[in-house]
Design a protein around this ligand. Structure first.
Ligand code: GLV
Ligand code: MN
Ligand code: MN
Length: 414
């Protein structure tokens, strides 16, 4: 039995309108979103979230990495809260829903609780984690990783973007723009975490299901490779003296792509960032910097393939030098059965077509998993397309996901 007083308060039109309103901050000409972590666009979007929260009495908080929390006070102020949310930063050519849906669904769930006069025992906090995407500052999931305590704050604050700005400077700018948002200690006890998200894959749509009960998240390793050669004249330098970093990098990419795949298409290997320096037509390239995103659901395969990357690069570097740096290694994980049961029961109680499925994309839930019982709710996105300005969802599916979320939160916080 679902708590109809709660689920009836989910307002599909409001939830949809809020996605459109937030998408104005970082809007791209092609209808997508470019809202980089800790950017002016994200600061503006955070302001909107704080105002929506304040309008229903939610207390905003932030922390040393800029995670933003909106707290709906429970009757037992001392009890660890239930957290729900996701992120509002985006890829450079991102859509309106990746991450944003989880934050807005959390806010909508609290709106529904308030409208029903439902005051849970545990407080509920809607969170927007800092830098989930890792596109401006690498590695991603900085906010949730630091909240978990598995990384050093100083190391993450020292990370710089391509233009040389540090996370520390940018967090200071965010905090300076929010003098009315108090700061709390980074990390605190949490009773449970539930993240709603678009699937970012095609399965729900193909199977005609509205809700995905997420079983777990596949593993991921992230690397940065720097190849160093020597600048030289394109017209005069003979091949035998050249140290062409791009030639070496292309050899590495060829070998890596040849090894990092399987017939079943389970291995996911992506080089999405490539920088050539000095990037001038008549200068032999002296430096190439590229990213590697490697994913697999089996920890042994992930370990074995990831460990092959440095030797492969070394084997074909020619006269150049190569440095392979691993930025993160997150093994695959499975969410607790009890959390999956809660999501499935809520979907079934609401009469929504649902299925269990693993997450191929990464999420902040990955890190909360090690702190508290954690679960995820997926809704479909058209064609499974994401990390793309064309990302698209229906208002009805988003509202269905929010209904499942409010039901789950209501049970967890009671
Ligand atoms: C998250 O955005 C991911 O890349 O999986
Ligand atoms: Mn996301
Ligand atoms: Mn994403």
């Amino acid at each position: 039995m679902v708590n109809e007083a709660l689920t009836a308060g989910i307002d599909e039109a409001r939830l949809w309108a809020r996605h459109q309103a937030l998408a104005e901050h970082g809007a791209t000409a092609a209808g997508g979103v470019n809202r980089q972590a800790l950017s002016d666009e994200e600061i503006a979007a955070r302001r909107v979230l704080v105002e929506w929260g304040r309008a229903i009495g939610l207390a905003p908080f932030s922390d040393a990495i800029g995670n933003l929390f909106l707290r709906y006070e429970g009757t037992d102020a001392q009890a660890p809260p239930v957290l729900t949310g996701s992120h509002i930063d985006s890829q450079p050519t991102g859509g309106k829903f990746d991450g944003t849906f989880g934050v807005l669904a959390g806010l909508e769930a609290v709106e529904a609780m308030r409208a029903a006069g439902f005051r849970p025992r545990r407080s509920i906090e809607v969170v927007a984690w800092t830098n989930e995407e890792g596109s401006r500052f690498a590695p991603g999931m900085m906010g949730s990783t630091l909240f978990r305590g598995s990384r050093e704050l100083a190391d993450m604050l020292a990370v710089r973007d391509g233009a040389g700005s540090s996370v520390a400077e940018c967090v200071r700018a965010v905090r300076a723009a929010e003098p009315d948002v108090p700061e709390r200690a980074l990390g605190f006890p949490v009773a449970a975490y539930v993240e709603a998200h678009i699937e970012q894959g095609p399965l729900l749509e193909l199977e005609r299901k509205t809700i995905g009960v997420v079983s777990g998240i596949q593993g991921k390793r992230v690397f940065r490779v720097t190849v160093t050669g020597e600048e030289n004249h394109a017209g005069t330098s003979p091949r035998r003296v050249r140290k062409d970093a791009l030639v070496a990098a292309v050899a590495m990419l060829g070998r890596l792509h040849a090894e990092m795949h399987d017939d079943e298409d389970v291995v996911k290997f992506t080089v999405g960032l490539l920088e050539v320096s000095p990037n001038a037509p008549s200068v032999v390239p002296a430096r190439v910097h590229f990213s590697i995103d490697l994913r697999h659901p089996d920890p042994d395969v992930l370990a074995r393939l990831g460990d092959r990357i440095a030797p492969i690069c070394e084997a074909v570097r020619g006269p150049c030098a190569v440095e392979v740096r691993e930025l993160s290694h997150d093994p695959p994980l499975e969410f607790p059965i009890a959390m999956r049961d809660l999501v499935r029961d809520a979907a079934a109680g609401l009469g929504l077509a649902h299925m269990d499925l693993p997450s191929a994309a990464g999420h902040d839930a990955r890190h909360l998993h090690y702190l508290c019982p954690t679960g995820m709710i997926f809704v479909p996105c058209a064609g499974g397309i994401s990390h793309n300005e064309a990302e698209s969802c229906t208002p009805a599916d988003l509202a269905a996901g929010a209904r499942v979320l409010v039901e789950v939160l209501g049970r967890l916080a009671a």
